[in-house]
Design a protein around this ligand. Structure first.
Ligand code: FDA
Length: 383
C-alpha cells in the first residue's frame, strides 16, 4: 500500500519522500534512470576511484539556515571553497573578475577606486538602457576589453550564438569585484559532501517507508506506476519535465544541454585546480573539470600518478538530450503559463523541481522548495 507516489529521485523528489516517510507515510519513488539522485549523482571512475559528478560539477552552497540544518542530517561537508580560473590568450586569470584579474589584465596596480573609474569610463561606450543586444549590454556593464576577454565568447559558446545575436535580457549584471576576493560563491555555507553525493542521496532514501524503483518511467504504460494508472488514485509529486507530462500539447519548452568528454590521464595533476574556464572563441569547450581537486582531503586515497578530467561543451537540447538549463524564450514563457493552467486540472498532482517548474534551481533551492511544498501542500513539518 502506497500513500504517495514521487516521480523522480533528484533532490526535490527525495526531500519530499524523506519528509513523508518521517511523517509515517508509505512512499514509492520511481526513477527512470538506473540510479537515484538526479543530476547530483556521482560515482567513482572505475580505474582511479576518483569521484566524478556524472552530470556536471556540483558544488553545494547555501545561506538558507533551514536547508543547511536539513542537509546536515544526511551528510557532513568538507571545508572545500570553490575558486575558478580562466585561461585567456595563454594567460591564467582569477575569476570572478576581481581587482587581481583587472590589474593582471591591464598590467597595472590600480586601487579599487581607480579600477572602478577605468571600468566606468570603458563602459561608457554604450548605455545599458538602450543596448540592443548582449554584446552592447555587456560592454555597457564592464567595458569592451574585459567583456571581450572574459564574457563575450564564453557566453557565445554556451549559447552557440554570436554575442550580437543574443538578447541583452540574458544578463542583468556581470560579476566584477573591486577587491582581491576570488571566492566564487558568496553564501554563508559551502562544502562538498564528505562521502560524496551518492552516499548523501542514498541516506535520504534509506527509510523503511520508502521504496525506490529504478529504471521505471512514469510514461511507460506497461509498468504499474504509470500516469494513466495512478493519477487521481493517490497523491503524486511529479519532478519530470512539465511539457512531457502534458504530452507537449502546448509545445516543447526549450533547454540547453551539455556534452561531457571524460579522459583518464597518466599524470598526477593536469591543471592544478578543479575548474579552468576557456573564454576564447578558438577553444571549442567552455571549461575543464579535474575532479580530484574537489577533494584534496582524499589525497592519500586517490592515485598520485593519474587524474580524471572532463571537458564541457554546451549546445541546444533536442528532445532526446538531457535538459540542463531552461532557455526561457518568450515562446517558452507563454508555453509555461499554458502548462500551469493545465496543472490546475490535475487531481492531487504536485509539480516540483527544476524540470517540473521549468527553472534553473541550485541544489539548495530544490531542497528548500521541496521543504516548502511539503509544509504548504501536504501540511507537513520540518522536524
Ligand atoms: P533532477 O533533474 O536532479 O531530478 C529529476 C529526476 O526525475 C531525474 O533523476 C530524472 O531521471 C527523473 N525523471 C524525469 N522524468 C521521469 C519520468 N518520466 N519517470 C521517472 N523519473 C523521471 N546546483 C548547485 O547547487 N551547485 C552546482 O554546482 C550545480 N551544478 C550543476 C551543474 C549542471 C551541469 C546542472 C545541469 C545543474 C547543476 N546544479 C547545481 C543544479 C542541480 O543539479 C539541481 O539543483 C538538482 O538537480 C535539482 O534537483 P531536482 O530533483 O529538481 O531535479
Amino acid at each position: 500500500m502506497t500513500d504517495l507516489l514521487v516521480v523522480g529521485s533528484g533532490f526535490f523528489g527525495l526531500t519530499i519522500a524523506e519528509r513523508a516517510a518521517q511523517a509515517g507515510r508509505k512512499v514509492t519513488v520511481i526513477e527512470r534512470r538506473h540510479h537515484i539522485g538526479g543530476n547530483a549523482y556521482s560515482e567513482a571512475e572505475p580505474t582511479t576511484g576518483i569521484e566524478v559528478h556524472r552530470y556536471g560539477a556540483h558544488l553545494f552552497h547555501t545561506s538558507n539556515e533551514r536547508v543547511w540544518e536539513y542537509v546536515n542530517r544526511f551528510t557532513t561537508f568538507t571545508n572545500y571553497v570553490h575558486r575558478v580560473y580562466s585561461t585567456h590568450k595563454g594567460q591564467v586569470y582569477a575569476l570572478p573578475v576581481n581587482l587581481h584579474t583587472i590589474n593582471q589584465f591591464f598590467q597595472a596596480a590600480y586601487t579599487p577606486d581607480e579600477a572602478r573609474a577605468l571600468v566606468r569610463e570603458q563602459a561608457g561606450e554604450f548605455d545599458v538602457k538602450t543596448a540592443r543586444n548582449f554584446y552592447e549590454k555587456g560592454i555597457a556593464l564592464v567595458g569592451r576589453p574585459l567583456f571581450e576577454a572574459f564574457f563575450a565568447h564564453y557566453t557565445a559558446k554556451q549559447w552557440q550564438t554570436s554575442p550580437e545575436k543574443l538578447s541583452g535580457d540574458i544578463v542583468s549584471r556581470l560579476p566584477v569585484r573591486y577587491n582581491y576576493d576570488n571566492r566564487y560563491f558568496n553564501d554563508t555555507y559551502e562544502g562538498l559532501p564528505t562521502d560524496g553525493y551518492t552516499a548523501w542521496l542514498e541516506r535520504m532514501a534509506d527509510h523503511p517507508n520508502i521504496e525506490v524503483k529504478l529504471d521505471v518511467d512514469f510514461f511507460d504504460a506497461s509498468q504499474p506506476w504509470n500516469k494513466a494508472a495512478t493519477v487521481g488514485q493517490l497523491p503524486i509529486v511529479y519532478t519530470g519535465p512539465v511539457d512531457r507530462y502534458f504530452d507537449y500539447s502546448e509545445g516543447a519548452l526549450s533547454w540547453r544541454t551539455l556534452d561531457f568528454e571524460e579522459e583518464v590521464l597518466n599524470v598526477g595533476d593536469f591543471q592544478g585546480t578543479p575548474v579552468m574556464n576557456y573564454p576564447d572563441a578558438d577553444v571549442p569547450y567552455t571549461r575543464i573539470h579535474e575532479f580530484k581537486h574537489f577533494h584534496p582531503e582524499r589525497k592519500d586515497v586517490y592515485p598520485d600518478d593519474k587524474t580524471v578530467i572532463m571537458r564541457e561543451y554546451s549546445r541546444f537540447a533536442t528532445r532526446d538530450d538531457e535538459p540542463y538549463y531552461p532557455v526561457n524564450t518568450d515562446e517558452d514563457r507563454k508555453g509555461l503559463l499554458a502548462y500551469r493552467e493545465l496543472q490546475k486540472g490535475e487531481a492531487d498532482v504536485h509539480f516540483g523541481g527544476r524540470l517540473g517548474t521549468y527553472q534553473y534551481l541550485d541544489m539548495h533551492m530544490a531542497i528548500g522548495s521541496a521543504l516548502t511544498m511539503w509544509r504548504n501542500e501536504f501540511d507537513g513539518s520540518d522536524d
